[in-house]
Design a protein around this ligand. Sequence first.
Ligand SMILES: Nc1ncnc2c1ncn2[C@@H]1O[C@H](COP(=O)(O)OP(=O)(O)O)[C@@H](O)[C@H]1O
Ligand SMILES: [Mg+2]
Length: 600
Amino acid sequence: MPRQRFPLQDDTPINWRVFKKLWPYLLEYRSRVFLALSCLIFAKLASIGLPFVLKHTVDNLNLDTGKEAIMAATLGLVVAYGGLRLANVLFGEIRDTLFGRVTERAMRRLGLTVFNHLHRLDLDFHLSRQTGGLSRDIERGTSGISFLMRFMVFNIGPTLLEIIMVVGILFFKYGFDFAAVILVSVVLYVFFSIRATDWRTKFVKEVNKADNSSSSRAIDSLLNFETVKYFNNEEFEANRYDTDLAAWETARRKNRLSLFALNGGQAFIIAAAMTSMLALAAINVAQGNMTIGDFVLVNAFTMQIFMPLNFLGFVYREIRGSLANIQNLFELLERKPMVNDESEAQTLVVNHGSIKFENVDFAYHEKRQILKNISFEMAAGSKVAVVGESGSGKSTLVKLLFRFYDPNKGTISIDGMDIKRCTQDSVRQHIGIVPQDTVLFNDTLYENIRYGRPDASIEDIEQAIKMAHLDKFVEALPYKGETQVGERGLKLSGGEKQRVAIARTILKRPPIMVFDEATSSLDSQSEQAILKALGEIAKGHTSFVIAHRLSTIVDADKILVMHKGKLAEHGTHEQLLDQDGLYAKLWRAQQKNRTVTDLQ
Ligand SMILES: Nc1ncnc2c1ncn2[C@@H]1O[C@H](COP(=O)(O)OP(=O)(O)O)[C@@H](O)[C@H]1O
Ligand SMILES: [Mg+2]
């Protein structure tokens, strides 16, 4: 299956649904949001007041400053000016402090939602996605959310309101001309910013894409550290990484140049508007229609309006970027898992643990059928073994039983209940798997084993360690059970990892146990010892054993022989030998090598 990327269209329209989805996060802290909005209004009122105070100060200074009363009034105005400035900044800060809690909570909630959702998605999704790129998408999406919330509430609406107020004030105080110039330049500015930003979006997305792929590449390469070394491919890896970085660099350059075009255009419009406003004001002062104070006021208002507007350009740009990132995140959230619980899914109740496969067909990909018409039954408490060449579909049987996938046709039932009708949780709760390849968490040995049952006591863990024949190994470790196992457990040998997996499953003690070539990395002696222990644990449990060495399953109640996705033969060891088919052939081949494998 090709690696999946979310489509990054350049013409993604603004998705209004995103705003709707953010609403509940705002409602969660109603009073905080209300207080923050009040602070915003106070800050805006202070900033609208500033030019007026400035005007009167300048006009007073123009009067006869010798008079003490006027001097005192002027000083009062200057103090008021300082007070208003302080109020403006302070209320802004209080607003941000209050609102921070709201956005952080939203980020936390969303982060958890995404995390849970990712765990609910099917195995296939995770096998096809690159973890590095995925984590980048999530990171960008959640910070996008925080940005959008902050600016949705505090920037766009309030700035528009401020513009309307200023245009109104200019209109009523100084007439149509001033209001018209401001209005026209604001409209021009907004229009230009939107068009230019839309044009730029594709460059922003290109950067994100290049960023994703270089970070995926780096992570993938580092995860495969050993393989890289085995093949002396450091330079090859470095070249591939550098190719990605070069793409990123080019994308960044285009991004920067387009940003220059945007900022340049905006600066031009602002300069033109400032010049026209000041020219108009200067003419009016010269004609005696306006005082110098009015000139200062017009200047202050024009500056004041373009400052947030300049910010608005930035905000719109960022919002477009954030929306693209959020869109990715929501697309991820909207992705439906392939395996779902039905709306009236039941809880699987396992009394004995009999298993039945009936006419099961399965394909990972529609073009390649893997399992063909598989039917068999396992009595409760019995031991059933599956053998067959590699790739014949043995592990796939286990994945179906565990509901990692649902069969395309046929049914699988446990104690008479179709597992497709049961919740995934309840099915998985009753099945313990020792997988073919065990991957461990980068934590201590004890914690890795405790994972089988998080509330297990240390005595239980030690007992499980003993049963999995891990005790001697643990004794020999420098920090005993507290030793770290390394990234994905790579500091342990294959056999040790398998034994950790066995200990985990022992701790879980489920009614149905599955061993997928669980002892294949062990030498024959340890294998025999562990099998004996497993035999004891499995007593009274149904066990499903995928075997590599036939000698380990001679005692099975039933042996299934898989061949190219079909169930070729089944029966006990003796019956199958009598049939003289595939199994008998395999048996004879392994017997011949027996002395060799036993020495391994
Ligand atoms: N996630 C997957 N997507 C596509 N094909 C898969 C997947 N997992 C396994 N296969 C294919 O299905 C076949 C059966 O695999 P498996 O059941 O693991 O075989 P085995 O009998 O060795 O355990 C193999 O040919 C393998 O390539
Ligand atoms: Mg397998």
